[in-house]
Structure formats: C-alpha cells, structure tokens
Design a protein around this ligand. Structure first.
Ligand SMILES: Nc1ncnc2c1ncn2[C@@H]1O[C@H](COP(=O)(O)OP(=O)(O)O)[C@@H](O)[C@H]1O
Ligand SMILES: O=P(O)(O)OC[C@H]1O[C@](O)(COP(=O)(O)O)[C@@H](O)[C@@H]1O
Length: 563
C-alpha cells in the first residue's frame, strides 16, 4: 500500500502564443481545446483576431457561444487588466487506448450502435435478423434505442486549475471529458464484462454496480456481465464464485448500503486474475475501489497489455475518506458526511442534557485524511473541537486543546469533539502492524482522547462526564443519498462509455463539476491526498470552533493560497 507511482504524463497541448484571457465562472467550463486552438492560431499571425470563445454550459445541452467584445460592450464585463487569469499552456492527461494496439470494431457510430443493439435483442429472443433491422423501435423496452445528441469529441477537455491566482504559472492541467463517443472500439454485443468491489464499504457501491449492469445491458447490449465476489479474492478463490449479473438481480440493490458482490482486502494475485480474465473472455473489467485498489487495477492493465489481451480496465474511485486526488469528491462521501452528522447531533444532545461537564466525543473514519471529520463538523455547526491527521494535537499549555475544552465547558456547560481515526499519531505509539490490504493499523486515538480529557478535569479538581460515540461502520454502511445516487449513476455510465470507446487504465470522477477520464498513474501518484492545514477548509474549522490553531505551517507571502 501507498507505493507511489510517478508515471504522471501531461501532454502540453498549446504552448506558444500570447496570453489568453479566461473568464471562468462557476457555472460553466471552458472548452479548453477551442481555447488552446485559438492560442495556437494566434501565434501564427492571427493574434487577437478571435474574440469569440466557446463556452459549454454544464446544465444545458446546447453549445453556447458568446462574443467577447459584445460582453464588454453590453454585459458589464471587463478584461482582466493584470492578465492574472491567463492560461498559456494546457497540459492534457492522456489516457491509454486499446485502439493503438488492437483493431477496433470498425467505425461504429451512434447510428450503427443502435442497429447493433436491435440485432442483439433479436438474437437474444431467437428471432431472425431482418434487413430492415436498421433503425427500428427497440424490441425490448429495456434496451435504450438512444442516439446521443451529444457525443463527446476526443479533444473535449476539462481544466483542472480553474482558480487563477496572480503570479501563478500560466498553465493548467486538463482531463479528457467523459461521455459517449462516436466510435466504439468493441462490438458491444460481444462484450463480456466483469465488475469487482474492493477495500472498505462505502455508500453507493450498489448504485454503481446497478448502473454498470444497466449501462452494459441496456445502453450497449453487452453479452455477459460477471460479478466477481469478495474483492480481488473472487478472481481465484473457489469459495467466492463469480455470478452472472442481470437487470433483474440489480433492480432494487441501490436502496441498500454495502455491495451485493461483497468486498475484501488482500487477494491480489496478478497471474490468477489474468488467467480468470482469459478463461471468461472478459473484454471490459470495472474495478470499484480506493487508491490501493486502483494500484492493483493498473497492474492488471499492464499485465493485460503485456499478454496482448484486448481488455479495457476501468476504475471507479470509492472511499469515504475522500482521499483520492483530483476529484471533487468520491461517491458516498456526502452520504457518509450526512450519517456522521446524525451521530454528532446525538452526541450534542447527550452532552447538553447531562451534568456535570459533559463532553461528547465522536470518532469518525479517516485514515490519513480528515475530510469526513471536517465536513461533518462544519456541516453540523455543533462541534467545539475537530482533530484530524493533518494537524498535530497539542494537549496542554498555551494553545493546548485540553485547557481550551475545559474553558468551553465552563462557558457552555458542555462540549462536542470530533476526532478522525488517523489524528494524533504523534501522541500515541505508531504500530507497524498492517491489515490484509497493507494498511497500517492505527492507535486508538478516540479512546485516548476520552480518557485524557476526563483525567484533565480530575487534575483540576473537577468531574467530566464523557459520552463516547464510535459510529465508524454505521457511517459507511448507509445507502447512498440523492446526490450520491446521481453521482454513482454518472460515474458508472461514463465508465462504460469510456471502456466501449477503447480507453483503458483509466478511472472516472468529477473534476470542477464535470465527469472526466483520469489516467490511473496520475490518480494514484498523489493519492491518498490530505487536506491542507493552511487552506480555506481548515480555516473554516478554526473560524467555527475557535479552537487553537496548532498547525506548524506558516504561509509564506510567495506561496499561492492553498484551497
Ligand atoms: N499496490 C497494490 N498493488 C496491488 N494491489 C493492491 C495494492 N494496494 C492495495 N491493493 C489491493 O487492493 C485492495 C484494496 O486495497 P486497500 O488499500 O485495502 O483499499 P482501498 O482500495 O480502498 O484503498 C486489496 O485487495 C489490496 O490487496
Ligand atoms: O476496518 P476496515 O474494514 O478494514 O476499514 C477501515 C478503514 O476503511 C476506511 O473507511 C477506508 O477504506 P478504504 O481504504 O477502503 O477506502 C478507513 O477510513 C478506515 O481506516
């Protein structure tokens, strides 16, 4: 675990030319390719010619254009006088494609794809194919007779670095925008797909499985969809046999937490996995898991390439720790935050209603990142002290959390503390014991803080009533809420679109509110990520709680403000 790959490769799309002004609003994403093209065309004697930059509005399906001069003249815009927002270089994270190595199912466009699905339905129903089976209403209402209005071009990009700070490098990284492509690499009717879930539970796993099955069967008419059970073990351990997944089997699973496929840590045996893929003629493998799982997924992709296997390997990032880099959030995170807030409310009620000097402590998951603890605390608005792995815990003395807490109890008659499981390693003896996934076991910081706070009150001749709540597994086993359900659906559909188009060694995620394809090497190189202890999120915590700022980092004037 935590083996860092550093194969990140960003392709420089456009380097030359004068600076280009970007007006980035939260509602829109800039079509970076058209921008980049306009940058390069400026460099060849057309500098300044083009005042029209295309904007795509995320919530509309039409392509909007606007005239920059008209905006200035009529809509109250001004050009950024300092050009602080300009982007000269767009660095594209390229995704590997099977098209480079294998012959594609030729020139299947959206039209033929529909035809193909109809053929598939007919075959499945034992009917003879007719010459008229080109464009006809679907014979199975479940098979979407869809011709996408909006097919995504290969060069549509989503910029990563949309916040522009004066003095920063005039570059932005970019990912390929996800979505249905015009050309398919695979003949969908011949696709045997497999889905596996690995690592810890997370709300939304069943939603992703369901939507993968639906997309494969209903959007593309895939031949078989296998469910690998028990995580990576299921590829080779006869105790966890694979199952064929049908629409009927997944119909209601999204209402439940957990994963119908079950999950595990360990069991990653590359030769056994590849030989399973061969034996079932799998051509698309969907792997749902966190950064460890993705490291495994990339090894599978590499092994398939070495063995000359035409198999698309797609990851879907899962973790309630929200520690996968680049993406706005991982699916299930918001549901987990919501569930954690319910525990915070209970702890507050207990603490408020109990004498003397009640302190409610809620321990939340978060191995190396405190996002869950932080977001749950911020969202609840009911927390007096937040402890996370990114910020060291100072117990005593000026700036110590114990005197701070005692004072808060004095004023308020109670206090509520949220502690992430990975916090305070510097206080407790770190262990070298690892779980089956290679993750280091963490010392019990929640119980330690409970006992230490109680002792501190006793040392000052007072009694504290401790209410300790550890909702860890409760939080991650809940069903996905509305926002996560929608997100899971978007991720799964786009993973299938990407694999059908022949992308491989990639993952999907929301970046600046757009679903993109992320090359796995880039994704794992900086995952697990951590919250910045001098960024705006942590400063919101300090502002809300008034707790002492124990971050050892000092922001230098030259440094860009971390987000
Ligand atoms: N570097 C790696 N190479 C191959 N497999 C890995 C690697 N790291 C973890 N795995 C496997 O991925 C699965 C999940 O990993 P783990 O780190 O426990 O959870 P997560 O993927 O949620 O971070 C486990 O089966 C583990 O054995
Ligand atoms: O007890 P388990 O099942 O091994 O899981 C505990 C870990 O799972 C997590 O939720 C993260 O799981 P992943 O690494 O699978 O994303 C951590 O917060 C926690 O340390």
């Amino acid at each position: 675990m935590n083996e860092r790959r550093n194969r990140a490769s960003w392709l420089v799309l456009a380097v030359t030319g004068g600076p280009l002004l970007l007006s980035v609003s939260s509602r829109c994403f800039v079509d970076a390719f058209s921008i980049a093209s306009s940058v390069s065309s400026r460099s060849s004697a057309h500098i300044g010619d083009s005042s029209s930059v295309r904007f795509l509005f995320a919530d509309e399906c039409s392509l909007n254009t606007f005239d920059a001069e008209e905006c200035i003249a009529t809509a109250g815009y001004v050009r950024d006088p300092t050009e602080a927002s300009s982007v000269d270089n767009v660095l594209v994270a390229e995704i590997e494609t099977l098209r480079d190595k294998f012959t594609s199912f030729e020139n299947v466009d959206a039209h033929v794809k529909t035809t193909n699905m109809i053929k598939y339905c007919r075959r499945r129903e034992g009917k003879r194919l007719l010459a008229s089976d080109t464009i006809a209403p679907s014979v199975n209402s479940r098979i979407a007779n869809i011709e996408y209005n909006h097919l995504i071009e290969d060069r549509e990009l989503v910029l990563v670095d949309t916040v522009r700070v004066p003095g920063m490098d005039k570059s932005s990284r970019a990912f390929h925008r996800a979505g249905p492509r015009k050309l398919l690499h695979f003949d969908p009717s011949l696709v045997n797909a497999a889905i596996v879930t690995c690592g810890g539970l997370c709300p939304g796993l069943n939603n992703v499985i369901r939507e993968l099955v639906h997309s494969l069967h209903n959007l593309y008419g895939a031949q078989n969809v296998w469910g690998i059970t028990g995580g990576y073990h299921g590829f080779h351990n006869p105790e966890y046999a694979p199952v064929l997944l049908t629409n009927e089997m997944v119909e209601n699973i999204h209402h439940e937490g957990g994963t119908i496929l079950r999950t595990s840590r360990g069991g990653f045996e590359i030769d056994a996995i590849v030989s399973f893929l061969r034996s079932k003629s799998i051509s698309q493998l969907y792997i749902i898991g966190g950064d460890g799982t993705h490291r495994g997924a990339y090894k599978i992709h590499e092994a398939c390439m070495e063995a000359g296997l035409n198999i698309a390997v797609a990851g879907i990032p899962k973790t309630i720790d929200n520690d996968i880099d680049y993406i706005d959030r991982s699916f299930g995170f918001v549901s987990a935050v919501e569930a954690a807030q319910a525990s915070i409310r209970s702890a507050k009620t207990e603490a408020m209603c109990t004498v003397p000097n009640a302190v409610g402590i809620i321990k939340l998951m978060g191995r190396s990142a405190g996002y869950l603890a932080t977001f749950a605390a911020l969202g609840s608005g009911d927390v007096d002290l937040v402890l996370v792995p990114e910020v060291p815990i100072v117990l005593d003395g000026p700036g110590g959390v114990l005197p701070f807490l005692r004072q808060r109890v004095k004023e308020q008659k109670f206090a509520v503390v949220v502690v992430a499981e990975g916090a305070g390693e510097e206080l407790l003896e770190a262990t070298n014991v690892v779980d089956r996934g290679g993750n280091r076991l963490l010392p019990p910081i929640g119980e330690y803080m409970r006992d230490r706070i109680k002792e501190y009150f006793v040392e000052h001749g007072e009694e504290a009533t401790m209410k300790y709540i550890d909702p860890s597994y409760t939080v991650r086993s809940v069903p996905a809420n509305g926002a996560d359900s929608l997100y899971c659906m978007e991720l799964a559909q786009n993973a299938v679109h990407g694999a059908m188009a022949g992308y491989t060694g990639f993952s999907v995620g929301l970046v600046n509110n757009n679903v993109v394809y992320l090359p796995i090497p880039q994704l794992v190189a900086s995952s697990p990520r951590q919250m910045s202890p001098c960024g705006t999120t942590w400063e919101r915590v300090l502002a809300m709680t008034g707790q002492p700022n124990t971050t050892p980092y000092v922001r230098s004037e030259e440094q860009p403000i971390p987000l």
